[in-house]
Design a protein around this ligand. Structure first.
Ligand code: ADP
Length: 184
């Protein structure tokens, strides 16, 4: 977990590789659907381009499908999900029905000025259609309203692991590996 621009996608890819489990990024799945012009992509794009969350019903169904695939049986790393209280409830139900559980919830902590600067840079480099300044501001607001409260929820469940997300990518990876007590 962490606000837009915290580095979730970058770190999740590395950690999933280290763990040998699939990296499931809801943002990447939505973007792949947008670029292929699927009905899911056409629906999701309306929300993504405005900096809003895709409705829970759509997102939950997509994650439910993905987690049912065979490659998720030994484990998986979720990136960008859950992001709302309702998604937390759905995820708990999905995991319950497959007798799986979360091992940890990792939060990358960053300061807001730093993430805005990163996102503006990413906009220039990659041209993501949701990386314009107005949309970035809205995505941050939505994060603080809807997703930040989940951090307390997972803290009370004893699952929360917080890692400082500032600095070089490899330094942050090192902190995550240490915090989760993984072999690298
Ligand atoms: P970032 O972490 O930079 O916000 P993501 O790639 O994780 O980017 O997500 C991009 C967009 O995809 C979000 O702004 C939102 O519109 C949509 N999205 C991704 N995950 C979810 C989710 N769990 N629930 C609702 N919408 C989501």
């Amino acid at each position: 977990m962490g606000p837009p621009g915290a580095g979730k996608g970058t770190q999740a890819a590395v950690i999933a590789e280290l763990l040998g489990v699939p990296h499931i990024s809801t943002g990447d799945i939505f973007r792949a659907n947008v670029s292929q012009g699927t009905p899911l992509g056409i629906e999701a794009r309306k929300y993504m381009d405005a900096g809003e969350y895709v409705p829970d019903g759509v997102t939950n169904a997509m994650v439910r499908d993905r987690l049912a695939a065979d490659d998720c049986a030994p484990g998986f790393l979720l990136d960008g999900y859950p992001r709302t209280v309702e998604q937390v409830g759905e995820l708990t139900a999905m995991l319950g029905s497959s007798a799986q559980r979360l091992d940890a919830v990792l939060e990358l902590t960053v300061d807001v000025d730093e993430v805005v600067a990163r996102l503006v840079r990413r906009a220039a480099e990659q041209g993501r259609s949701d990386d314009t300044e107005d949309v970035i501001r809205r995505r941050l607001e939505v994060y603080f309203e809807q997703t930040a409260p989940l951090i307390e929820l997972y803290r009370t469940q004893g699952l929360l692991v917080q890692v400082d997300g500032l600095g070089e990518v490899s330094d942050v990876t090192g902190r995550i590996v240490a915090a989760l007590a993984l072999e690298s």
